[in-house]
Design a protein around this ligand. Sequence first.
Ligand code: RB5
Length: 144
Amino acid sequence: MAGDTIAVAADHAGFELKEALKRDLEAEGRVVLDLGTHSGASVDYPDFGHALAQAIAAGRAQKGLLVCGTGIGISIAANRHAGVRAAVCHDATSARLTRLHNDANVLALGARLIGPETARECLRVFLATPFEGGRHAGRVAKLA
Ligand code: RB5
């Protein structure tokens, strides 16, 4: 169902980690929309950040996972789209706080900076943590 869809996208640097995390998500029974890339061949990270952001903006997915070498370039691309709040996280605390305080709807990971277990933990916490609302709601609204 659309409410459960997680879009995933990566460039060549993030391809392997994206594939591993996608397998985890599917093994949990989650619906995954894979927007590429589909191999380790060199590509341009903005193309995939934009594609994922467009899927979120169009309601084709409610949350997203982006992976590039650092998580930075691909998140910059995604954050140029209204309604997308992509957060680069390197640890579970960042992933938890960006959900609680920023209502981030896209997790961006750097495959060249963190290992697969840390990445898994970031994604698990990101998906399990609700937005806290309250005093944070007005601040998030100002991001629009
Ligand atoms: C690709 O070499 C690399 O520049 C990209 O994956 C990312 O780290 C950019 O921010």
